[in-house]
Design a binder for this molecule. Structure first.
Ligand SMILES: [Zn+2]
Ligand SMILES: [Zn+2]
Ligand SMILES: [Zn+2]
Ligand SMILES: [Zn+2]
Ligand SMILES: [Zn+2]
Length: 235
């Protein structure tokens, strides 16, 4: 309140002096109450050409409260201004950008090796290698097909999948000979064939004579080394 009172006093003083100087100059400004505002503004915004020791030249701005024009953000500085209550002079001031406080995502990001949290600014936090749980077998490996196992990261649930190699298998070939019309071979339970070779035919032997009503039968045997098997064919 004290400030405001002294402000009013200064104003009155300025108005009085302004009207006096206007009267003394050749300019014909009416000395009425309506004219008192314009010379006042001129006095402050532009220095008067005629130097005078009058206190009106040493106007000290008396500012109103700061008014926020734009709030500062993390990206842009803000702006505030205040206006002189006497002369309407406007002073502006920049408000520095807000300091960025990282806010990290609640969900984990990850790659094959690591997981982390991320801020909207791109800053990473809590970067760490995956902490895997035990392997869980999805599909057992056999002699002939690879298996699948997987394990998950206890932190980010990243899932790692891996093939389980074929169970080691030593072929065990049966004693008996398998054969078709041309070849004979030993076979393993896995289907692998061994000792594949063409038959070595012996002599044809007629086992049933042909008659007028029925055809006969003859056969010959494979005479490969170490084994024989009879092969029967209709003539
Ligand atoms: Zn002022
Ligand atoms: Zn950030
Ligand atoms: Zn992880
Ligand atoms: Zn085998
Ligand atoms: Zn044979």
């Amino acid at each position: 309140m004290k400030r405001k009172a002294s402000l009013i006093l200064i104003c009155i003083l300025i108005l009085f002096l302004a009207s006096c100087s206007a009267d003394s100059s050749t300019e014909s400004i009416p000395s009425g109450s309506t004219s008192t505002v314009s010379p006042l503004i001129n006095e402050v915004t532009s220095e008067p050409s005629t130097p005078s020791p009058e206190p009106s030249n040493n106007h000290v701005h008396v500012f109103d409260e700061w008014i926020m024009v734009s709030n500062p953000t993390e990206d842009e500085p803000g702006l505030m201004e205040r206006i002189c209550l006497t002369c309407d002079y406007k002073e502006t001031q920049e408000i520095p950008k807000l300091s960025h406080i990282h806010q990290y995502s609640s969900t984990w990001l990850n790659d094959d090796n690591q997981h982390w949290l991320v801020c909207s600014c791109g800053e990473k936090d809590s970067v760490a290698n995956h902490t895997f749980d035990e392997w869980v077998i999805v599909k057992e490996a056999t002699d002939t097909t690879t298996g699948i196992r997987e394990r998950a990261c206890l932190v980010c649930s990243y899932k790692q999948t891996e093939a389980i190699p074929l169970l080691s298998h030593t072929h065990s070939f049966e004693e008996i000979w398998h054969n078709d019309i041309n070849q004979h071979w030993h076979e393993c339970t896995c289907g692998e064939k061994d000792s594949i070779a063409n038959h070595i035919y012996g002599e044809w032997i007629t086992t049933k004579e042909a008659t007028e009503s029925s055809s006969g039968l003859r056969e010959h045997s494979c005479r490969s080394e170490g084994h024989t098997h009879e092969l029967q064919y209709l003539p």
